[in-house]
Design a binder for this molecule. Structure first.
Ligand code: ATP
Ligand code: MG
Length: 304
C-alpha cells in the first residue's frame, strides 16, 4: 500500500489553473523530488498535500485511509520561505512547534533538544533566530518539521535560497533524514534531485511531464544523441536548420549555434555531419556524440 496516493488533483484560482490534474503514488521510505521550473505548480501541490490549501478537485489519501481523512499529525512541512519569530531563540521556536503538534511541555522539551541536535543547532539553540544565517534558519525549519517525528516530510525548495556551503550542509542533512522518514522535496535544480532522491516527479505548467524512479528515467532517456556547437554565423545557423531533414535525425532542438539531435544511428550521423561540415567549411566549435541525459529531458520539458 502506498503511503500517499494522489488522484487527479486540481487547483484553480479564478480562471488560472495552477495544478491541472496530477496523479501519483508514493511508497513509504522513498525520497521523492518534485522537480520543475518556476511556476510549475510545486508549491501549490505541496500546500495541498500539507492540508494548507483546499484542492479544487481530486483526492489525496494517506496510509490507506479514506480520501480527505485528516493526516496532518503525520506530516512535517517546511515552507518555501519560512517565517520565524525572530525574537525567539531557536529552542523556543522548536518547543513552540512541538507544543502546537500536541506535545506536553516535558516531551516537547526533550524532542526539541533531540531535533536541534539532529540538525546541528544544539550550540546555537539559545541564541535569537534574528542572528542566524540562512543555512541555520533552514536547518531550524527542518528541526521544526521533524520534531514530532512525522511519517512524511514535505520540504518546499529546502536548499534553493542557500549559498553553496549552506546548500551542502542541508543536502547532507537531508541525506540522513531520508533514511528515517519518507520525504518529498521540491526543487528546480535537477542536480539536487539526482543527488539524493529515488523518484522524480517532473512538473511543468501544472501537469506531470514525466515520473518514475531515477534509474528508470535515466534508461528511458538514454537515447543516442549528437550535440553540435558552431560559431554564431548565419551560414552555420542555416546549415544546422538544414540538418533536420536528414533521415537519421529523429528529433531536434536548435538554438543559435547549438543543436541537439536525437539520432537513429550515431555512427552514420557522425560520419555524415562531420564530412558535410568539412566540405562546407562550417565553423564547428564542438561535436559530441553520446547518450542523452536527464538534463536533456529536463531542458526539453522546461523549454516547451
Ligand atoms: N494564490 C494564488 N493566486 C493566483 N495564482 C496563484 C496563486 N498561487 C500560485 N499561483 C499561480 O500558480 C502557478 C504555480 O505556482 P507555484 O507557486 O505552485 O509554482 P512553483 O512551481 O512553486 O514555482 P517556484 O519555483 O517559483 O516556487 C503560478 O503560475 C502562480 O502564479
Ligand atoms: Mg514554489
Amino acid at each position: 500500500m502506498p503511503l500517499l496516493k494522489v488522484a487527479d488533483l486540481h487547483k484553480r484560482y479564478g480562471r488560472h489553473i495552477s495544478v491541472d490534474g496530477i496523479s501519483f503514488e508514493i511508497e513509504s521510505g522513498r525520497c521523492v523530488a518534485l522537480l520543475g521550473p518556476n511556476g510549475a505548480g510545486k508549491t501549490t501541490t505541496l500546500r495541498m498535500l500539507a492540508g494548507l490549501l483546499p484542492p479544487t478537485s481530486g483526492e489525496i489519501s494517506f496510509a490507506g485511509n479514506r480520501p480527505g481523512a485528516d493526516y496532518r499529525k503525520a506530516l512535517g512541512y517546511l515552507p518555501q520561505s519560512p517565517a520565524f519569530y525572530n525574537w525567539m531563540s531557536g529552542q523556543e521556536y522548536v518547543v513552540f512547534a512541538a507544543k502546537l503538534s500536541g506535545m506536553r511541555s516535558r516531551e516537547a522539551a526533550e524532542r526539541s533538544a533531540a531535533a536541534l541536535k539532529r540538525v546541528g543547532l544544539s550550540e546555537s539553540a539559545r541564541r535569537r533566530i534574528s542572528g542566524y544565517s540562512g543555512g541555520m534558519k533552514q536547518r531550524l525549519g527542518l528541526a521544526q518539521a521533524l520534531v514530532h517525528r512525522p511519517r512524511l516530510l514535505l520540504l518546499d525548495e529546502p536548499v534553493s535560497a542557500l549559498d553553496p556551503i549552506g546548500r551542502r550542509e542541508v543536502m547532507e542533512l537531508l541525506r540522513e533524514i531520508r533514511e528515517e522518514t519518507t520525504v518529498i522535496f521540491s526543487t528546480h535544480v535537477l542536480h539536487d534531485a539526482e543527488e539524493i532522491c529515488d523518484d522524480i516527479i517532473l512538473m511543468n505548467r501544472g501537469v506531470i511531464a514525466e515520473q518514475g524512479t531515477l534509474s528508470y528515467l535515466r534508461s528511458q532517456y538514454s537515447l543516442p544523441i549528437i550535440r553540435l556547437y558552431t560559431e554564431k554565423e548565419d551560414k552555420a545557423f542555416r546549415w544546422l536548420e538544414g540538418l533536420v531533414h536528414k533521415p537519421f535525425i529523429v528529433q531536434s532542438q536548435i538554438t543559435a549555434g547549438k543543436a541537439i539531435f536525437n539520432v537513429s544511428d550515431v555512427e552514420l550521423a557522425r560520419r555524415e555531419i562531420l564530412q558535410e561540415a568539412g566540405k562546407l567549411d562550417i565553423p564547428l566549435l564542438q561535436f559530441e556524440a553520446g547518450s542523452s541525459t536527464l538534463e536533456d529531458l529536463f531542458m526539453k520539458v522546461v523549454g516547451s
